[in-house]
Design a protein around this ligand. Structure first.
Ligand SMILES: Nc1ncnc2c1ncn2[C@@H]1O[C@H](COP(=O)(O)OP(=O)(O)O)[C@@H](O)[C@H]1O
Ligand SMILES: [Mg+2]
Length: 287
């Protein structure tokens, strides 16, 4: 199992008046090649959870395994783990600091002690993967748009060639077109065989891209499963401040009004097809 979390609990500032239990007995497993969504309201513990997945944070009680290695053991090589599990923070563009895009993306590979040729090749590959033209390499990151800067930051993580990529709200703050492009970019990375864990608070986004979801509420896993399995809990999700995708709502409403729409539909295409089937049936009956 690439990532396994068992009974993880994290308390910020324990024993002070500011004590906050951010995670409570969280367990999850992520399989090779999956695209996982972690979803929850602000403050539900999403960011706290993912910094445990590459050993940036450790907590007790709880165990985190990456490829079977217990991150809590003293002898575990956390630098090697962070090479395997790439982590993209929320608003990663604020962490760009080098004078050129090339230097920024090359920062990680250079620290690995790779040859200049290998570094160059990795930078070119990473820029290609995030859909940036090679001529941005010589530019200052500060000459770029917000969306492009974010791509540079992601390229810096991809240049380490991680086998798992974790992203904290990668589409946050982007306009609708930028959101879609960012999500397609991540899908492209997943298509190359990288296991992806994406934190989001958009049910539409995780419904469209993820194989399985974990829903966090007040530091606990409230539901998990395929999007269809999770979206069935529309009312309870609503109570914890989450909305199912618009199409799932429409499908449910039509089913309640007597249309023959199977349970668990949430993708636009599937819902359209089901509606068309009903309309065709209706017109056949009147012929
Ligand atoms: N550095 C911190 N110090 C104290 N409390 C924190 C800190 N970071 C997060 N918290 C608290 O932990 C809980 C979970 O936060 P977080 O993991 O950031 O949730 P999310 O990413 O889902 O918004 C919240 O109640 C938040 O206020
Ligand atoms: Mg967060």
């Amino acid at each position: 199992m690439p990532i396994e979390v068992k009974g993880l609990t994290h308390v910020y500032m324990p024993g002070t008046p500011f004590e906050a239990r951010a995670l409570n007995d969280v367990s999850l497993s992520i399989r090779d090649g999956e695209f996982i969504g972690i979803i929850g309201h602000t403050g539900s513990g999403k960011s706290t959870l993912i910094v445990h997945l590459n050993g940036l944070e450790s907590s007790s009680p709880g165990v985190v395994f990456v490829n079977g290695v217990d991150l809590g053991l003293k002898e575990t090589d956390l630098i090697a783990i962070r090479r395997t599990v790439g982590l993209v923070f929320q608003y990663p563009e604020y962490q760009l600091f080098e004078e050129t895009v090339e230097k920024d993306v090359a920062f990680g590979p250079r620290n690995l002690g790779l040859s200049e040729d290998e570094i160059k090749a990795r930078v070119a590959d990473a820029l290609r993967m995030v859909g940036l033209p090679q001529d941005v390499a010589g530019k200052s990151p500060f000459e770029l748009s917000g969306g492009q800067k974010r791509r540079v930051a992601i390229a810096g993580v991809l240049a380490m060639q991680p086998s798992m990529l974790i992203l904290d709200e990668p589409a946050a703050g982007l306009d609708p077109a930028g959101r879609r492009e960012m999500l397609e970019l991540i899908k492209g990375v997943h298509d190359t065989g990288v296991t992806v864990v994406m934190v989001s608070h958009s049910m539409d986004d995780v419904g469209r891209y993820c194989d399985r979801l974990y829903v966090l509420n007040r530091g606990e896993i409230a539901w998990y499963g395929t999007p269809a399995e999770v979206f069935i809990h529309e009312e309870q999700l609503h109570e914890i401040g989450l909305d199912v995708p618009e199409c799932a709502k429409l499908a449910r409403r039509l089913r309640k009004s007597g249309f023959d729409i199977p349970e668990g539909l949430y993708r636009t295409d599937d819902v359209c097809e089901a509606i068309l089937r009903n309309l065709r049936k209706g017109s056949d009956a009147t012929c």
